[in-house]
Design a protein around this ligand. Structure first.
Ligand SMILES: Nc1nc2c(ncn2[C@@H]2O[C@H](COP(=O)(O)OP(=O)(O)OP(=O)(O)O)[C@@H](O)[C@H]2O)c(=O)[nH]1
Length: 329
């Protein structure tokens, strides 16, 4: 689920307990079972639209509408359809299978470049991950899940409770810390989040931790003070290690659709996001936002959250994701 750079401190991660307990279920099968509750939004009953087996403009329009309503975005959907229309005009797509194969290729072209695991570079002691995103996107849950897989790889991980705005957020992080048996650095509610991050980084450095994950507040992105606060957290950590944070992980709730894309733009402009986690893909989210983020922002997509429990967390793999959407093995 993540890679190593320089000399790895430990061998690559063993399969997690959850992965083991899920036996031989492939990533495709796990995604397939979770995504949009198992119904493919994209190809569901598309066959019924092709009574004579002929791909015509009606089918293409229906497909375009599905892409748009599935949060792929107008621009990206139009681009996909324009490529498909050209193939139809050249008589290259004359049945449903050919159409689905061409659609798969178009979708793969969009997400293949953004598949990239988080590389924990061991030249940094610690490797610092700053986790950002709006309220309720799933930051704390993601941190808990991430801490667990890093720990399973036998690395020492510490958490910093940088969301000092809400007392419950600190408590929630502490619960995840206890569950994973990892230390959590916290201060009183209302403390300066930059001070929490600074202290945590100093402590993680002194105690030679491999990874420090910093939680942050997520009040609405339209409040410019949030971005100023996050920039300060970043800057202050840079005083200890000029390269820190080494990963700025943006957590987005996939069920927020195009709004998530807007958030991503703002966070990226302010902080220079280096990786994205899309959560709640198990709910009503249609998954199309993955393509919108990939095509418009070209940011690496690191992980997908497909449920509330620790094992509902998968590394992003382009082919498994596209095939799960298209219901193809
Ligand atoms: N269904 C589902 N729920 C999720 C997922 N990830 C997180 N959640 C739930 O979403 C809610 C918000 O998650 P948090 O981790 O508290 O979100 P946060 O971004 O830390 O929120 P604040 O602390 O309010 O800033 C919780 O009820 C989580 O259990 C996911 O992948 N799927």
């Amino acid at each position: 689920m993540f890679g190593f750079k320089s000399k790895p401190p430990t061998p690559p991660p063993a399969p997690s307990a959850a992965e083991q307990s899920e036996g031989s279920l492939s990533l495709f099968q796990r995604l397939r079972a979770k995504l949009n509750r198992g119904d493919s939004w994209l190809t569901y009953d598309l066959a019924n639209l092709i009574p004579g087996g002929k791909i015509d403009e009606n089918v293409l329009e229906e497909l375009e509408m599905r892409l748009i309503t599935a949060d792929v975005g107008v621009e990206t959907s139009e681009r996909i359809l324009s490529a498909l229309r050209k193939k139809v005009a050249r008589n290259e797509l004359d049945n449903l299978d050919a159409l689905l194969e061409a659609l798969r290729e178009e979708l793969m072209d969009i997400v293949r470049p953004v598949q990239g695991q988080m590389v924990i570079d061991s030249k940094y002691i610690p490797f610092v991950v700053l986790v950002v995103g709006v309220n309720g996107a799933g930051k704390t849950t993601t941190i808990g899940k991430l801490a667990r897989i890093i720990k399973a790889a036998e690395m020492k991980v510490m958490l910093a409770a940088g969301d000092t705005f809400r007392a419950a957020a600190v408590e929630q992080l502490q619960v995840w810390g206890q569950r994973n048996d990892v230390p959590v650095i916290a201060q009183a509610t209302g403390a300066d989040p930059a001070a929490v991050a600074f202290d945590a980084l100093q402590s993680a450095q002194a105690r030679k931790f491999d990874v420090l994950i910093v939680d942050t507040a997520g009040r609405l992105h339209t409040q410019s003070n949030l971005m100023d606060e996050l920039k300060k957290v970043k800057r202050v950590m840079g005083r200890i290690d000029p390269d820190a944070p080494h990963e700025v992980l943006l957590v987005l709730d996939a069920s927020q659709g195009q709004n998530a894309l807007q958030q991503a733009k703002l966070f990226h402009e302010a902080l220079g996001v280096t990786g994205v986690v899309l959560t709640k893909l198990d709910g009503t989210a249609k998954g199309g936002i993955v393509f919108a983020i990939a095509s418009e922002l070209k940011l690496p997509i690191r992980y997908l959250g497909v449920g509330e429990s620790v094992e509902d967390f998968v590394g992003f793999e382009a082919a498994a994701f596209v095939d799960a959407l298209l219901k193809r093995e």
